[in-house]
Design a protein around this ligand. Sequence first.
Ligand SMILES: *Cc1c(COP(=O)(O)O)cnc(C)c1O
Length: 379
Amino acid sequence: MKKTYLFTPGPTQIPPEVVLAEASPMIHHRTSEFSEIFANVSEDLKYIFQTKDGEVFTFASSGTGGMEACVVNSVSRGDKAIVISGGKFGERWAQICETYGVNVVKIDVENGKAVKPDDLDEAIKKEEDVKAVFTTLSETSTGVVHDIEAIAKVVKGHNLLLVVDGISGIGVQPFRMDDWGIDIAVTGSQKGFMLPPGLAFVCVAKSAWESIEKSDLPKYYWSFKKMQKALNNKTTAYTPAISLIMAAGKSIEMIKSEGIENVWSRHARLANATREGMKALGLELFAGDDSGNVLTAVKIPEGVTFDAGIKKLRDETGVTIAGGQDELKGKMFRVGHMGYVNEFDIILAASAVEKILHENGYKVELGKGISKIQEILVG
Ligand SMILES: *Cc1c(COP(=O)(O)O)cnc(C)c1O
């Protein structure tokens, strides 16, 4: 018997209510019934981004599609953009920008560290004619959370456009589009939103439209202007992912009824307990004090072959945690705890880590991580 428990940093577990909403009979998208669902979802998404004046566009795509949409709508060929790159996803901004002929200046942050706002300030001062800064809220490849509020202060001080990849972070980490002065932010459905993969949500503040009007990069499907026009008519420009949008209606209703700040603090509490549980096993956090609440990234102890253990556990029991990506493969593992996650889930995830360590030659006192987590959560 195999029962799937996803502790991966996307896709994540989905509440049964959301699964049922997604399984609703198909309706046509050019109907008042769909328009009402879509208008409600688009409105409620503003709450999750914490914006009043911004608009949220919903694309049928993975998060990366939403990132590409942000680039092609906000800058022009030859524009200079600063990209904060401290991992795979920061790097992705650079790759997309370069694909479109945007002149990228990278701030290379050490893997496992958050960018220092002062370093960003220096970098902006050193360069001439910077148009935009692209950054990441939660760098899912390393577990780091960047201080977007502080970054925004720096960027706004120079009057530049700020574009944030919040794909795993939004709906998990505190995030305030309006209060922090963010111009464009993107997120995806399969991380903190308790939804399957397939939707990208892009929030565009009023302050971004001057750049959007000027942007000359090629775009057809990804055009914000087309999305805005359609949204004003309570619809989408092309066939939307109808079932996913119905599912989003349910998951966002659940987030709203819990309250976004409570959702943030639930993640903070679970993440803290998970980190302490890992430390109790004698393990070291990959991102140290810069760890976010989306996932816990942990260094694999010297001499332990952890990745084969991850695969074995997944194949035999369905409990799935993630290894490191690219050059971090074999160096760290990641326990995702975003979205539909409660305290018993993280205890289960910690027991999986203990089992893998135990089976792979790392001397571990079984139950030590779990009991630390219990201790913290019981309070
Ligand atoms: C998952 C993730 C992405 C990529 O999203 P896809 O849906 O796989 O395209 C980009 N950025 C961050 C921070 C992520 O966590």
